[in-house]
Write a protein that binds this ligand. Structure first.
Ligand code: NAD
Ligand code: IPM
Ligand code: MN
Length: 365
């Protein structure tokens, strides 16, 4: 029997709700596959601030570093929104990404046949979409210096950040993207703002240079504003998208809606060596937290990514992905992927009728 150590970071809002489901899924799948998981649950984000005064306690990072993989729910909430920057829940998330060195964030967006009608795009546009955003995760404007608050020449308050990428940062994420494209359909689109930003100009130059090492991959470049438009015009043109930290954040939320809901998208964040961090791309959803409305599928699919990428347990990963399809085939839906008149069986009738009522109000508004 195999043993793995998993650090669980439930976090805030719907984080603990989706992590508790994901933990059960992991345990159950493991018991079928002869795998035992030792879970260590640690605080992060607002929960950690309340408990210890900081958003990423040292013990949490230590536990994460010595684990085989980390599963995170989500962080953040109104309660902590006005704290100083170094005490914000979001800072804890950025610190753990940086602390683990997980520079490569893989965010797949796949339109499942069962959910075509949940997409906000027309069926013929959404059907068959299967793309992967490779987002740089530990650099760019999120981490660039100088940053801070100050005064301009006129004595007015200013806030400032720096978008900066070094060659090695571009090269290593580009290599992950080329390798990712190689395992997929061999198409890589690098998204930048090289018509305006120096960091993007260097990005485009390095990615173009590296392409000579991957002659089997078709590389194209696209400006981010056009990419945002193309994603809703014709998302099937994309296979693998390579982009920086902030563009990847925005484009992956956009891509999620093609699949029906942000509650569907998982992610894997990996480093050169050391454990990976697995999390849904969504946040703590304070508007629905504590109401048992959260879609746990993004986290469950993140568990599948954890098994595949961190533990090389491909069978267990497939079992989970098939169970998700099975559940959808049976008609079970949370409110976010529910589409009027298209599916008949729901988890709890009462919640669905509430959702229907609120939808009808929305339509009436
Ligand atoms: P959000 O992703 O939390 O929510 C956006 C909308 O999507 C909300 O209406 C929410 O109800 C819905 N939603 C999100 N996940 C869902 C799910 N699993 N099932 C059903 N509906 C879901 O983004 P936001 O509202 O902009 O941010 C809320 C908080 O979360 C902020 O504090 C933000 O900083 C934080 N955040 C954290 C992460 C993370 O932990 N990785 C990611 C994004 C945002
Ligand atoms: C995400 C989130 C985070 C990000 C925030 C909460 C720091 O939006 O994981 O997508 O911007 O990376
Ligand atoms: Mn985001």
């Amino acid at each position: 029997i195999k043993h793995y150590n998993i650090t669980l970071l439930p976090g805030d809002g719907i984080g603990p709700e989706v992590i508790s489901v994901a933990k059960d899924v992991l345990t159950l799948t493991g018991s079928q596959q002869g795998i035992k998981f030792r879970f260590e649950e640690m605080p992060i984000g607002g929960a950690a601030i309340d408990l210890t005064g900081v958003p990423l306690p040292e013990e949490t990072l230590l536990s994460a570093k010595k684990s085989d993989a980390i599963l995170l729910g989500a962080i953040g909430g109104y309660k902590w929104d006005n704290l100083e920057k170094h005490l914000k829940p979001e800072t804890g998330l950025l610190q753990i990404r940086e602390g683990l060195g997980v520079f490569a964030n893989l965010r797949p967006a796949t339109v499942l046949p069962q959910l075509v009608d949940s997409s906000t795009l027309k069926k013929e546009v959404a059907e068959g979409v299967d793309l992967m955003v490779v987002r740089e995760l530990t650099g760019g404007i999120y981490f660039g210096k100088p940053r801070g608050f100050g005064k301009n020449d006129k004595g007015e308050d200013i806030g400032f950040n720096t978008e900066v990428y070094a060659t090695y940062e571009i090269d290593r994420i580009a290599r992950v993207a080329f390798e990712t494209a190689r395992k997929r359909r061999g198409k890589l689109c690098s998204v930048d703002k090289a018509n305006v930003l120096e960091a993007s100009m260097l990005w485009r130059k390095r990615v173009t240079m590296l392409a000579s090492e991957y002659p089997d991959i078709t590389l194209t470049h696209m400006y981010v504003d056009n990419a945002a438009m193309q994603l809703v015009r014709d998302p099937k043109q994309f296979d693998t998208i390579l982009t920086n930290n902030i563009f990847g954040d925005i484009l992956s939320d956009e891509a999620s809606m093609i699949t029906g809901s942000i509650g569907m998208l998982p992610s894997a964040s990996i480093s050169e060596s050391g454990p990976g961090l697995f999390e849904p791309i969504h946040g703590s959803a304070p508007d629905i937290a504590g109401q048992d409305k959260a879609n746990p599928l993004a986290t469950i699919l993140s568990v599948a990514m954890l098994l595949r990428y961190a533990l090389q347990e491909e069978n267990a990963a497939r079992i989970i992905e098939n169970a998700v399809l099975d559940t959808l085939n049976k008609g079970f839906r949370t409110g976010d992927i529910f589409s009027i008149g298209k599916c008949k069986i729901y988890k709890e009738e009462e919640k669905v009728s509430n959702k229907m009522a609120s939808m009808q109000e929305d339509i009436a508004d």
